[in-house]
Every structure is written in structure tokens, then in C-alpha cells.
Design a protein around this ligand. Structure first.
Ligand SMILES: CC(C)(C)c1cc(CCc2ccccn2)cc(-c2ccc(S(=O)(=O)CCO)cc2)c1
Length: 241
């Protein structure tokens, strides 16, 4: 628990910043729509930091039959990750600093010709209060934020991997169909509005063309595969708002 106090101020700051970023829509900056597939829209900005591609990504999606809480639950808890994270080679829980806050070390599969990469980050699962507190019952918005953290126990280049630096938010808002008023809620009555924002610094040098190609292939695949996974996992379970 003392570890939570070490990380907590930074976690609170980054989580608030990520929620603001996820909420504010595309905002300024030259966002390019690079994927449109049904309800899924993916935007990116071309940004390089000392020659490294760090293109921020913002994705919106909408799926029926799951809640924002269920979406963020399956994204946060480690026991499901190998089921949906296709680029994962190994994932270790370094520290569970609270029920809703876990520190991970992940080694990703090598994607030729780039070197293999790894990441150390905290992950925090939280309910998101409504910004204007207007709606009578609390809004059904949840988020999971992943943000890189230096770990003395897992120094960069400790292994042969290149360390990546990421800040990610997955936010889900549950919309309940008005037709459901006054009767028992069914999965057909709910829709989850999804916002996924990611900024990943790939760490050591990798060809921009390779990173952008991987990025354009991997992100759409991830969001489609992950949402399909949550729909499948929850379809016969009671709804968790
Ligand atoms: C392509 C780039 C954006 C730089 C990239 C490269 C790699 C490592 C795999 C890789 C890709 C390309 C080149 C070398 N290695 C991983 C990720 C990445 C890691 C984590 C998450 S997460 O949302 O936190 C889900 C939990 O795993 C999302 C994306 C991104």
C-alpha cells in the first residue's frame, strides 16, 4: 500500500489528463482519419521526436451489448490479456499496488525488421464521474489508463529488448436505450461508446516506414479483436453497469 502512495500523485495527474484528452474529441492538430470500418474510426497525427515516430492515435468505436465497465474490466485484468493482445510474448504482474492499480512488465513479439520491445507501466481502472453531474443517475463511464513507469527492478535494456514508452486510455460510456425504461435491462438495450487514445514512443530507432506500417495494421486489429472478445465473454453474463 505504501507503493500506492509513491505512485498515487502521478497516477491521479495522468489519469485526469488522459480523461480530458479522451473527452475533448479531436481538438486542434492535423488529425488524419486513417481507418474507417463500420463504427470504428481511427485518427493519427504524424509526430516525430528526435527522428522517432511517436504518432498520437485517437480511435472512436461503438458496439452494442456491452457496458463501459465490462470493456475496461477485460482490458485491465491480467488474466485475459493473452486472449486478446496479439503482439504479446510475455506479461508479468510486477506489483499489485491496489485492487484497481497494477504494475506490469510486458515483452512484445518481435515485429521484423524492428528489434523486440518491452514496456513497464502502471495500469489503473476507474469509474469516471460525469463532468457536469447533470444526469440524474451516475453516468456509466469507466476508463483504464496505462502509463509507463521506470522500475529499478526492470531497467531498460536489462534484457535484449528495446524499451517503449506508452500512455494509453481506453474509455467506455454505456448508453441505455430509452425503450428499456421501466423494464429489465437486456444486452440489446445497451451500447458502449468507446474512445481509445495512445501515444507510444517506440524507444530505440526503428524505420519510420516499418513503425507506421505496423501501427496502421496493429491498432485496427487490436480494437476489433478486443471488442469482439468482450462481447463474447459477457454475452451470457449479467450486465455490469
Ligand atoms: C507500433 C507501436 C505503436 C510502436 C507499438 C509497438 C509495440 C511493440 C510491438 C512492436 C511493434 C512494432 C515494432 C516493434 N515492436 C507495442 C505497442 C503497444 C503496447 C501496449 C498497448 S496497450 O493498449 O497498453 C494494451 C496492453 O498491451 C498498445 C500498444 C505499440
Amino acid at each position: 500500500a505504501s507503493l500506492k502512495h509513491t505512485y498515487w500523485p502521478e497516477i491521479e495527474r495522468v489519469v485526469a489528463e488522459q480523461i480530458r484528452s479522451a473527452r475533448m474529441g479531436l481538438g486542434k492538430g492535423a488529425w488524419q482519419l486513417f481507418v474507417e470500418d463500420g463504427e470504428m474510426k481511427m485518427y493519427r497525427r504524424e509526430v516525430e521526436e528526435d527522428g522517432l515516430v511517436v504518432d498520437p492515435l485517437k480511435a472512436t468505436h461503438q458496439v452494442k451489448g456491452i457496458t463501459g465497465r465490462e470493456l475496461c474490466h477485460y482490458f485491465f485484468y491480467p488474466e485475459y490479456r493473452y486472449d486478446w493482445e496479439g503482439t504479446l510474448e510475455t506479461m508479468n504482474v510486477v506489483d499489485k499496488i491496489a485492487e484497481d492499480t497494477i504494475v506490469f512488465h510486458q515483452i512484445h513479439k518481435r515485429i521484423w525488421p524492428a528489434a523486440q520491445r518491452d514496456a513497464t507501466f502502471w495500469s489503473h481502472l476507474t469509474h469516471v464521474p460525469d463532468e457536469d453531474n447533470k444526469s440524474e443517475d451516475s453516468p456509466h463511464i469507466w476508463a483504464t489508463v496505462n502509463s509507463s513507469v521506470e522500475l529499478p527492478s526492470h531497467p531498460p535494456n536489462g534484457g535484449k529488448q528495446v524499451r517503449i514508452y506508452l500512455t494509453i486510455i481506453l474509455m467506455g460510456q454505456t448508453i441505455i436505450s430509452p425503450a428499456a425504461k421501466g423494464r429489465e435491462l437486456k444486452r440489446d438495450d445497451i451500447t458502449c461508446k468507446i474512445t481509445y487514445c495512445a501515444v507510444v514512443n517506440p524507444g530505440g530507432w526503428a524505420p519510420s516506414s516499418v513503425l507506421r506500417a505496423v501501427y496502421k495494421r496493429e491498432y485496427p486489429k487490436f480494437l476489433k479483436r478486443f471488442t469482439a472478445y468482450v462481447i463474447e465473454k459477457t454475452k451470457n453474463l449479467p450486465i455490469k453497469l
